[in-house]
Design a protein around this ligand. Sequence first.
Ligand code: PLP
Length: 383
Amino acid sequence: MTNTTYFPIDKLKESETPLYYYDLHLLDETLQAVKEASSYPNFHVHYAVKANSNPEILQRIAAAGLGADTVSLGEIKAAVTAGFPAPKIVFAGVGKTDEEIITGLQYGIGCFNVESKEELGIIEELAASLGIKAPVALRVNPEIDAHTHHYITTGLAENKFGISMTMLEETVDKCVKSEHLDFRGFHFHIGSQITDLTPYKILCERINVLQEQFKDIEIPLINVGGGLGIDYDNPEKNPIPDFKTYFEIFHDHLKLRPGQQVHFELGRAIVAQCGSLITKVVYVKEGIGKKFVIVDGGMTALIRPALYQAHHKIENITSSSEIEEKYDVVGPICESSDVFGTDEVLPITKRGDLLALRSAGAYGEIMASGYNCRPLPGSVFSR
Ligand SMILES: *Cc1c(COP(=O)(O)O)cnc(C)c1O
């Protein structure tokens, strides 16, 4: 029932909760699996820093040889500090400021993934003022439904991301004619936590059509974004996502030109399973026909359940009871959405027990906030 073999219980008991526990051995295994599955000569994987920018994690990913996909100057700096070479850093986001663009240019980052023709105009101007050429890829909105939660689908016409198909021709034309823009190719990202891989096949077909449409233009790279999902229900059974099938889809379905590079931007699939939120039971409260387990880490430590109605597997890692009961597991924050789970089956749980919320390595620690003046969670690593 309890999972004392996986977690370093003594170390966790001594540490201040809530905290994130990272299994670095699993991270290394995951990175190895990514590298093996993507080992086609023209495939390059960039880690989406926004999933988790804990320095220890970033350094390991940089050391494994991946590039970095960033969405702010802060992330670019974190990536550089962690050891990612600037040419292997790409920069996306709908609201890049002048300062972010200038600094990115000065660092010599590999590519700006441009989200609008307005942004393209500003990048051109700023590159001209520095007397250089900015490497740009145009983010195309392919209008594909990724069949994921509507807050994390990004490839539909109604989303704020990317350049619509109707405006693409004039935008490509502007790039190609500019003295200060170096057109690198097209960028796509259709959503996150994608577990049915069919949308990726549709994406490949859209890309093939687009390549036909722009057959007279040189397109050095195609960036297919990220979004590969993980198994939140069974972290023990599926600790490492099926990278092989994922990369094979692109290998089998994309009609690439000779020498054309394919870039991938995986975040969640790389870091989610190696992290757990460890939180302590403050009270077990008797409600009407219900028992509440109130823990010390709520939506300020892990916001995904409150933000996306996500569910993380919950384990009591210190109870030695063989008897199970149903509990609603809730945080201490003054918001009704501060709920980690309802009718969770746990061994008899008492004040002081430690719970682990599994698969919390992505969009967990990085999204923690100081709401209610709570301190940010710390982190503990396996060695
Ligand atoms: C968030 C994001 C990613 C990573 O998404 P995951 O679902 O974590 O793989 C990749 N590319 C872009 C442009 C993103 O915004």
